[in-house]
Design a protein around this ligand. Structure first.
Ligand code: NAD
Length: 324
């Protein structure tokens, strides 16, 4: 599809430009995430009124500086919406057996509805085995094989990984439709790319998934009406890879040598062509944390038989499955 045709297919909301008519609509992830967190706070109050305080346990192993920041932000966001939060900081010398023991303890703790083991784990620890050990009902990051299977099936019964769910929520609340449209997902990790692709497919996107072995990547990306970039390479996506009017959701968080953060997309160049684009920081990042608190709320409601109380807030990927 040519860039021109991609533009024609875009709804008005995505063609909307800023007042000067230059550049893309900037999708404010912070504002959208704040709205989601406000809704979660209200619903959490309704659960507390019925005697259930949503409980989140965050497990941090070792002293990775980025992980420390992420965990602090998650802890704060969960406190703010009225959850009971327990952050367990384990030393870098923690053994696999000790970590599995901690997970088993949390699985058995009725006050804990959601368990998050911050990744990456220090070398020597088997993350896949740890994720498998988490009770799927409490697996707030949606990475247990049972939750992955529910996502593949489109059952709406599992918990969906927070970053991909956040990308969809951002689209939904920004008027960016996926149904029938050419959607390109850059990256195929278990954490982001694959679940994002499954969510887009469940929304009836016409889907292309690209990765490190994709040939003529720029040409494939130029076909996208909606582009999700989750690669981890600073400014890999050049401005002229972006179709006129496309929506660009940049998941990447890359630290530049000068200390600044940068996405996977060359933001300044891409905003000249895109119809809508997320900034980094302030785009997908805050949405990830908003989805963490919403998944925790959902897990608490399900485990307490109170799903009906929060039914108004259906997280992305929890809807009934799409047609074949
Ligand atoms: P990953 O390293 O596990 O996966 C990267 C993917 O990109 C792989 O599938 C690989 O095939 C693909 N890739 C690598 N180089 C490529 C290239 N040159 N061309 C095409 N594809 C290429 O990373 P991840 O965990 O999926 O994270 C991706 C990015 O998203 C990172 O920058 C990470 O920091 C960021 N991230 C952000 C959030 C958030 O909350 N905003 C959450 C998770 C990850």
């Amino acid at each position: 599809m040519s860039a021109e045709r991609a533009t024609e297919a875009l709804p008005d909301a995505e063609r909307a430009r800023d007042a000067g008519g230059r550049g893309a609509r900037i999708l404010d992830g912070r504002a959208i995430a704040q709205a989601v967190r406000g809704e979660v706070r209200e619903l959490a109050r309704a659960l507390v009124g019925r005697g259930v305080v949503p409980g989140l346990a965050v497990v941090l192993v070792g002293d990775d500086p980025a992980s420390q920041v992420y965990v602090k932000n998650k802890d704060r966001a969960a406190h703010e919406v009225g959850f009971a939060v327990r952050t367990l900081r384990l030393g870098a010398e923690t053994t696999q057996e000790e970590l599995l023991g901690t997970v088993r303890e949390l699985n058995g703790d009725r006050a804990v509805h959601a368990i998050l083991v911050q990744l990456p784990l220090p070398r020597g620890l088997d993350a896949a085995a740890v994720l498998r050990a988490i009770d799927p009902a409490k697996d707030v990051d949606g990475l247990h094989p049972e939750n992955v299977a529910e996502l593949v099936l489109g059952s709406g019964r599992g918990l969906v990984p927070c970053t991909p769910a956040g990308c969809l929520e951002l689209c939904d609340r920004s008027g960016i439709a996926l149904a029938g449209r050419r959607v390109v997902v850059l990256g195929r990790s278990n954490l982001v790319g694959k679940p994002l692709a499954l969510l887009a497919l469940a929304r009836d996107a016409t889907l292309t998934v690209c990765h490190s072995r994709t040939r003529e990547l720029a040409d494939v990306v130029r076909e996208a009406e909606v582009l999700f970039a989750a690669v981890g390479r600073a400014a890999l996506v050049r401005g002229d890879w972006v179709a006129e009017g496309a929506a660009v959701i940049d998941v990447g968080i890359n630290r530049l040598p000068d200390g600044r953060l940068c996405g996977d997309v060359d933001f300044e160049a891409a905003r000249e062509r895109a119809g809508a684009i997320t900034p980094v920081p302030g785009g997908v990042g805050p949405m990830t944390i908003a989805m963490l608190v919403r998944n925790t709320l959902l897990a608490a409601a399900r485990q307490s038989g109170l799903e009906g109380v929060i039914a108004a807030s259906t997280p992305a990927g929890q809807e009934p499955s799409a047609p074949a």
